[in-house]
Design a binder for this molecule. Sequence first.
Ligand code: SF4
Length: 350
Amino acid sequence: MENRPSLLGLTKIQISEVLKPFRQPAYRADQIFKWIHHHNVDSFEEMSNISKDFRQQLSDHFTIKTLGLVEKNIASDGTEKYLWKLPDGKHMESVLIPDKKRNTICISSQVGCSLGCHFCATGTMGLLRNLTPGEIVEQVLQVMKISQNRITNVVFMGMGEPFMNYPRVIQACKILGDPEGVAIATKRITISSSGIVPKIYQYTDDKLPYGLAISLHAPDQALREKIMPIAHKFPLDSLMDSIRYFMNAKKRNRITFEYVLLHGINDTQAEARKLISLLSPIRCKLNLIPCNQNHLGFNAPPPEALEEFVALMMKAPFTVTVRKNRGEDITAACGQLAVEIAEKSIFMKI
Ligand code: SF4
């Protein structure tokens, strides 16, 4: 296993701290940060405006990239799924969704997840560990390089609950948004949470500029509890209070709600009506996501049921979008590939 620390997850100030013993000029940290995040180099050797001797010292003490690509699958609709091996042998994944005007990467914040939502493949793994800021940022850098695509949007909707790894996720956002690095516009970075209420208050008080999405998935407490165990700890009422607190602090912003449609569970006309009355007082956008088929036994609504649900939702006073099912032929829903690997590895060490 690699013992040299990576510089990839460090801010410029942190890089200058670790370089102190090397007695380098103050601008060196900025140069290195720019090489890693703007030029997206794989090795210190490529940093041509740094002396050969110091490049060698950097290579002796530090590393840059640590993720190994295990598998890349491209779906018939262009969605790309990347399965990564971490230095400790664990696996996690990222999904690139190219579209006409934008390229969105869906990244992971944890290996596995402790929240155990019943419809989610990642939830079946439990939490294996938090990702470091470097492992989070590297997903974006590697996918940009491998796919030769510019990334315009970043969403934390891969494996894990980002607010359960708060400080590392926020550090990764700061690095991704740095104008001298990948320079993703801060409003195009979205943290998607299942509703960790104290963290929504903290996120609001920290006055961070990134977007917030809430995975709602049910319009009332009873149903939410049935499919999302976290709702026992943070009931819907307290979640909505925290969202109102966030919205009051962010006067001009609107918030996004995600609602995965599970046939026979949360896709009836009654639920559509409850959803409209729950969300109408809030400046929001609702993103309906027909469930990707997985081995957990949940299905997307059939076309007629989906049409009826959407037709009713279109009467809502807020924006409603329906996400196309992307990458179904490559198991692109969060955690599906990594779960397959975890299940296989019970039988064969890979
Ligand atoms: S849906 Fe998100 S929060 Fe729920 S188990 Fe899956 S990864 Fe965790």
